[in-house]
Design a protein around this ligand. Structure first.
Ligand code: DAH
Length: 339
């Protein structure tokens, strides 16, 4: 077969393949050109009889025809399949199993916040929020914090150039709430706080607190104790013990620190509680009369309690997380463990 004849047969074959529009015609074209008794084996067999100066070209043309024709036939076949579009693009196979998106999990910090809000919600607390960027007035002064208090130090607080700061605690939200409404006030405020701490296993420059404030007539320290004890049992389980120690905060008087018995050792002493059997959870106290005066409440008529606690601390105890940094690294292997 000479070169010209082959060229003609090739364009004929490509044309037939192009217009083949059923399984049967496609298959017929394949057999005619590529089958065992088709054109291709014949060309190959006759190659040695081709004039020497055409031989190489005939061989090359035959080879490329073989590849191009079978590719064209494949795509014609694909274009007949259900779901294929007009361009003949490969269809998708509707019988393949779908691709499943992995369902996400709640971050332990979010879980603890949600649960704390729900627990306090059962006691009549509603959620209030305030800005992360605070005024020095709300974060310190209105909370009766004297200018020489260490937390005002440049090295302990993130100050902005305009004199504002990243709040070091959720307590300023107490002030904002009391400024904007009259008693009774019963709120919890979860949120981010910031301190210039060097990060280690128990410190993070960015962390979360949940603050509580209840202001009304005749609120007493025993109300505070009952509230935190109920919270402890709901959050940690019925066996948790709660103790209160005298403490100092500028914005409460008297002030207490509230500890929960260590859930790991049950109070006998272990590494988590550093041998004491107790874990420090919250700062709390009766709202200082000076704070009431700042927001225009009459401390002779009004009384109230406040508390604030670290969310990470609770999450770490609850889920036995040994290092606070795990909560911030976005490592899916860690986060997927929490439902
Ligand atoms: N804001 C305090 C802190 O970050 C915690 C605190 C103590 C909050 C006593 C309160 C409170 O509301 O009454 O250490």
């Amino acid at each position: 077969m000479n070169l010209q004849t082959l060229r003609d047969r090739v364009s004929e074959g490509m044309g037939e393949a192009q217009s083949a529009d059923s399984e049967a015609t496609i298959e017929a074209v394949r057999i005619k050109y590529l089958g065992r008794k088709g054109l291709m084996p014949q060309v190959m067999k006759e190659l040695k009889t081709v004039a020497p100066d055409e031989r190489a070209e005939v061989g090359q043309l035959a080879n490329s025809f073989k590849n191009e024709l079978s590719a064209l036939l494949d795509s014609r076949r694909a274009s007949l399949a259900p779901g294929a579009d007009e361009s003949g693009a490969a269809p998708f196979d509707v019988s393949l199993p779908g691709r499943w998106l992995r369902r996400g999990t709640r971050h332990p910090i979010s879980s603890v916040i949600e649960e704390a809000v729900a627990i306090f919600g059962r006691m009549g607390f509603t959620v209030a929020e305030g800005p992360d960027v605070e005024t020095g007035y709300h974060n310190f002064e209105a909370l009766n914090t004297p200018p020489y208090h260490p937390s005002l130090d440049r090295k302990d607080t993130f100050w902005l150039d305009d004199g504002r700061l990243l709040r070091t605690q959720t307590s300023p939200v107490q002030i904002r709430m009391m400024e904007s409404r009259q008693p009774p006030v019963r709120i919890v405020t979860p949120g981010r706080c910031y301190r210039r701490d060097t990060t280690d296993a128990t410190h993070s420059a960015n962390f979360h607190q949940i603050e509580g404030l209840y202001v009304d007539r005749d609120v007493s320290l025993s109300d505070l104790k009952g509230t935190l004890a109920y919270f402890a049992r709901e959050m940690m389980g019925p066996d948790v013990a709660v103790r209160f120690r005298p403490h100092f905060f500028p914005f409460t008087e008297p002030s207490v620190e509230c500890d929960f018995s260590c859930h790991v050792c049950g109070g006998s002493g272990c590494r988590v509680c550093k041998g004491s059997g107790w874990i420090e959870i919250a700062g709390a106290g009766m709202v200082d009369p000076r704070v009431f005066e700042r927001v225009g409440y009459d401390p002779e008529i009004i009384s109230g309690y406040a508390f604030g606690m670290g969310i990470e601390r609770i999450a770490m105890i609850r889920y036995a997380i040994p290092d606070i940094r795990l909560l911030y690294e976005n490592d899916m292997r860690f986060l997927r463990q929490f439902a």
